[in-house]
Design a protein around this ligand. Structure first.
Ligand SMILES: [Fe+2]
Ligand SMILES: [Fe+2]
Length: 387
C-alpha cells in the first residue's frame, strides 16, 4: 500500500470497466476513485468509492489498518463515484461515525434513507477533528462542483484533501500527461463553477500545502505551483495557450475543405497554434477543453433544417452550459440555397458573456468559390493579426 505521508495510506481503486464516466465522458484509460486512510490514535477514512468497487475498497481498508477498525468516515463529496459505499461502510463498522457537511447528510438521506443519526458529526468551514497526533481542519468548498463539498486539511503533514478538485480522468496504473486529462475533466465537470473554485483557491493560498490528495488522479506532491497556476487560469477563464481552435462539422466535405484552407492561411500568416476538431467524430469533451484553453474559436458548420447541424448545435450548448466566456469567436457557414447557420450560431453565442465577435465571416454556398476563398483569407488575416 502506498504511503502518502506518515500515517496516510492510499486505499483507492482503479476502474477499467467503466464505459462512460458520469454517463457521458469517454475514459480510454479508465478512472481512479481515490480514498485514503489516516492512521493515528483515531483512524479516519477519506471518502468511499464507486458502487462496483466496495469489496476491493474494504480489502484495502483491512490491509491498511492491520486489524484496527476505523473511527471516522469523512465524506467530502456525496456524488456516487465517491459516496456509493457510505451505507455499506457504516454497516461493516458499527462503531464508526460519519463526518460530513450538513448538505452531505441531506444527500445521504436521499441516497440511503438515513442521516446516520447518533453516528454523525456535522462539520462546516473551520470545524476541526482531533485524531490524536494531528488535527484535521475542514474547508468549505461549495459548488466545487456540488454544494455539499468540503476539503480537509492536515496541518501537521501539510496535506490538502481536495475532493474532486485537482482530479483527472484516467486510472492510476496508466501513465499519461496530467494537464490534458485534468483539463478535460476540469472543463467538463467543474468548468461552470469558476467563481466557486476561485474562492476556495483563495482559502488554499493561506494554507501551507506540500501534498494534494484529490479524489481522482495522482497524488500531487511535486511542482504544486504548476497545478495551482493551472487551476487559477482555468477558474478565471483565462487563456492558457494563445491560438485558434476551429471546431467544425461537414456533411460532404466542403465545409471541411473551407476549414483546411482557413487552417493553412492562419499558419501562413503566423498564427502560433491552430487546433482543428471534427465535432461529429472527435470527442466533444476534448473540443470543449480546447475551446477553453485557447483564446480564439472558429465555429464552422452547415445550415441544416433551417438551423445548425446537430453536432455543432450540441457543441455550442456544451459551451453555454459550461459558462464559456472571454473569447474571440468567428463563424464559417455553408448553405447551398439559404445559408442561415451563422445567424443562428451567433444568436446562441450571444448568451456567453464577454465574447468578441470577429468582423469577418465566411459563407460557402455548397462548394468553395473565389468569393468564399477571399472571405477565408480575410478572416485568417483578421485573426492572425491578433497574435
Ligand atoms: Fe464529483
Ligand atoms: Fe468524483
Amino acid at each position: 500500500m502506498e504511503q502518502i505521508a506518515d500515517g496516510i495510506i492510499y486505499i483507492g481503486v482503479n476502474d477499467h470497466n467503466i464505459d462512460l464516466f458520469e454517463g457521458q465522458y469517454i475514459v480510454p484509460n479508465g478512472m481512479a476513485y481515490n480514498s485514503y486512510a489516516i492512521v493515528d490514535e483515531k483512524v479516519a477514512i477519506m471518502d468511499s468509492v464507486d458502487a462496483g468497487y466496495g469489496d476491493e475498497w474494504f480489502a484495502n481498508i483491512d490491509a491498511a489498518l492491520e486489524g484496527r477498525a476505523p473511527d471516522y468516515l469523512i465524506v467530502q463529496h456525496m456524488e456516487p463515484d465517491h459516496g456509493a459505499n457510505v451505507a455499506a461502510f457504516m454497516e461493516r463498522y458499527p462503531s464508526a461515525q460519519v463526518v460530513a457537511s450538513m448538505g452531505a447528510f441531506n444527500m445521504m438521506q436521499n441516497y440511503f434513507g438515513t442521516k446516520f443519526e447518533g453516528r454523525s458529526v456535522v462539520v462546516k468551514e473551520g470545524s476541526t477533528l482531533e485524531l490524536g497526533g494531528r488535527e484535521l481542519t475542514f474547508v468549505a468548498a461549495p459548488n466545487v462542483h456540488w454544494p455539499e463539498v468540503i476539503f480537509t486539511y492536515d496541518a501537521r503533514d501539510k496535506v490538502l484533501f481536495s475532493a474532486d478538485a485537482f482530479g483527472k480522468f484516467g486510472a492510476l496504473d496508466v501513465e499519461e500527461d496530467w494537464d490534458c486529462e485534468a483539463r478535460r475533466y476540469y472543463f467538463g465537470i467543474v468548468g461552470k463553477f469558476g467563481p466557486a473554485v476561485q474562492k476556495v483557491l483563495a482559502k488554499a493560498a493561506g494554507l501551507d500545502i506540500e501534498v494534494i490528495c484529490p479524489l481522482h488522479g495522482p497524488v500531487l506532491s511535486e511542482n504544486l505551483g504548476h497545478y495551482l497556476q493551472q487551476y487559477q487560469t482555468w477558474s478565471s477563464y483565462g487563456v492558457e495557450t494563445p491560438g485558434v481552435v476551429i471546431a467544425y462539422s461537414s456533411v460532404y466535405g466542403h465545409t471541411k475543405e473551407a476549414v483546411e484552407l482557413l487552417e493553412a492561411k492562419l499558419k501562413e500568416k503566423g498564427c502560433p497554434r491552430v487546433v482543428v476538431t471534427d465535432l461529429a467524430r472527435d470527442d466533444q469533451a476534448e473540443a470543449v477543453e480546447d475551446a477553453f484553453r485557447h483564446g480564439h474559436l472558429v465555429l464552422a458548420t452547415t445550415t441544416y433544417c433551417g438551423g445548425i447541424f446537430p453536432a455543432m448545435d450540441q457543441f455550442i450548448h456544451h459551451l453555454i452550459d459550461h459558462a464559456f466566456q472571454k473569447r474571440t469567436v468567428a463563424f464559417v457557414e455553408n448553405g447551398t440555397w439559404m445559408p442561415a447557420a451563422t445567424k443562428k450560431m451567433r444568436a446562441l453565442m450571444e448568451e456567453c458573456p464577454d465574447i468578441t465577435f470577429a468582423e469577418k465571416s465566411v459563407t460557402v454556398k455548397g462548394a468553395l468559390s473565389d468569393e468564399s476563398r477571399a472571405q477565408i483569407d480575410a478572416l485568417a488575416e483578421e485573426l492572425a493579426a491578433q497574435f
